[in-house]
Ligand binder design. Structure first.
Ligand SMILES: C[S@@+](CC[C@H](N)C(=O)[O-])C[C@H]1O[C@@H](n2cnc3c(N)ncnc32)[C@H](O)[C@@H]1O
Length: 198
């Protein structure tokens, strides 16, 4: 039980040391909403993004991941409510949250557009969605390679797709973009978006 999660944390450790952890810590700068939903919270590596005082509902379909996230939250003093669930059918009424976060989850959610439309629904008008994602590379030959590798990769990596265009998906779900930052020549993006006030 939880072997995949142990492997995941081990596999990500070098990337976290080389800058991912620091990017996560800077992810929410200025986003001060106290009641946050994180979709695809996984083992909780992204919990380092939160400031003291923010309380987080961490949603993920995998119980072993949520157990790790809970232990991590206790260690890092983050008030976390782990919740088993599916981002494609969020168990919250419309307009529940002022801030929703995704870290490396849009690559794995089976229908990311459906997940984003759900995020849009549970955000308050004027609320903010922040995503840190790896995406399809801007250069065609690399993007082609990502597409070719994805069928095998998603079997090895828990459903992860290498070739999704998170920015386009966020726009298609009805959000207004506030900003896009690109890292590693465009392989990683931070997208900030809002549900426009009605
Ligand atoms: C690559 S991991 C990222 C975990 C964590 N956010 C991080 O940054 O390390 C992708 C996560 O998305 C979760 N996931 C897969 N399908 C999902 C769904 N339908 N709804 C919500 N999360 C999902 C997986 O269980 C996994 O924990």
């Amino acid at each position: 039980m939880g072997a995949f999660e142990a492997f995941y944390d081990l596999a990500l450790a070098p990337a976290e040391r080389l800058g991912l952890a620091s990017l996560r810590r800077r992810l929410l700068k200025g986003a001060t909403s106290q009641h946050v939903l994180e979709i695809g919270v996984g083992t909780g590596l992204g919990l380092r993004a939160y400031a003291p005082g923010q309380s987080v509902v961490g949603l993920d379909p995998r119980r072993p991941a949520l157990r790790r996230a809970r232990r991590r939250a206790l260690r890092w003093h983050i008030p976390l409510r782990p919740l088993q669930g599916d981002a494609q059918a969020l168990p919250f009424p419309d307009g529940t949250f002022g801030l929703v976060v995704s870290q490396l989850s849009l690559c794995t959610i089976p229908d990311p557009l459906q997940g984003l439309q759900e995020v849009h629904r549970v955000l308050r008008p004027g609320g903010v969605f922040i995503a840190l994602e790896h995406v399809r590379f801007p250069l065609a030959p690399v993007a082609w390679l990502q597409g070719a590798l994805t069928p095998l990769w998603k079997h090895l990596a828990g459903g992860c797709h290498l070739n999704r265009d998170a920015v386009a998906l966020v726009k298609r779900a009805g959000f207004t973009l506030l900003g896009v930052e690109r890292y590693l020549a465009g392989l990683l993006v931070v997208v900030r978006a809002t549900r426009p006030p009605t």
